[in-house]
Ligand binder design. Sequence first.
Ligand code: PLP
Length: 432
Amino acid sequence: MRELQREHQVSPLTVQRVVRELAAEGLVTVRPGNGTFVAAAPARGRPTDLAWQHAALGGHTPPDASRNLALLEAPNAETVRMSGGYLDQTLIPERALAAAMARAMRRTGVWGRPPIEGLASLRQWFARQIGGFDPAEVLVTSGGQSALSMAIRALTRPGDAVVLETPTYPGFMSIARSHGLEIHPVPADEHGLRTDLLENVLRARTARLVVVQPLYANPTGSVLAQDRRRELFDLARRHSLFVLEDDYARDLTIDGPPPPTLASADTGGHVVHVRSVTKSIAPSVRLAALAARGPALARLRAAKTLDDFFVSGPVQEAAVDFLSSPAYPRHRREVARELGRRRDGLLTALRARLPECAVENVPRGGMHLWVRLPEGVDDNEVAARALSAGVMVAAGSAWFPAERDRPHLRLTYGETPLPQLVEGVRRLASVL
Ligand SMILES: Cc1ncc(COP(=O)(O)O)c(C=O)c1O
């Protein structure tokens, strides 16, 4: 160790860190009291012929996760990122989270087994946020995607029909398709789901589940209008429907306050609610809540134990600590201010450089702009060319379960500071 410090002019801490990394890679073994030794070469060779797997897996259509994967793609450092769905590092409250995690780690028993349903204090926090739900009706899950997947699978059987808004979050489509559900798209406009068209669909077909984003929908930013909320409840009652409410962006409100959750107005047990905090705190805080009542809650609880038993205790402890501290409202205010600045700056840049593109709905929250391209332009081609020109944007086609109407791009301002967004628009304009 001393020789390495001398040779490389580094501190003992650095050498220790390097040794720990080498040990993690399996290149050295540390024998306490004895020293650190070069590890023996692994005995097993890597398998070379995996062709048998093709035959064994057969010809079923594999789950299509390509749209989700595209959203999680990371561009190189020179590319301006205007696609994605989380806050960038400058907006993640790292210091407050580190302090909350450190406090959580000091708690006795933190590495033990938390309740399947989640920590009581976290369920209480979520229940208060959702409104009208008892903590006993809340399950803590590992992020929104997992909650949505669990709920869609638990509330339907393969072959059932599910209604999705169009356009909508591609994650819903991937889950529905992989579970063998038939998707009925119902258009959504700037006031959310077109309940008049939903009624037509329900008259013609039996559906079991409607998936909606009533607040700052991804991608359009729309908020479900009051009269449509009432109509949705009415349809749910008449057709015995479950309504899955994905409340993914409540904490990303820019021009507040947001309307209450759909779930808080539900008296019939129709709404199953998902509230994620990954978008507003940090993507790696893999936490969300799933709220439901009656037999649906029992099924969701059972589904949860099939998938992952329970969510990591230290993450739950740290999250409750952070969410119930003054750091959280402070963080939300900062995020709202910065997202507002970015949204407005991006709009200004678009109007100046790309007047042929239209933003029909300026969202009051969330982190995306839904930008209409001129008629006849191919959104996929624009996105591909934009990437070559150094800006990553999302082609709108991916948000449509079936045919898209007009070509759009989804531009995300949550992951990128304003000067880079302006540069991104310049690059996009050169492509268009
Ligand atoms: C509308 C919507 N719902 C849910 C999710 C899932 O996010 P998470 O699993 O991080 O909560 C996303 C992620 O992009 C999303 O855009």
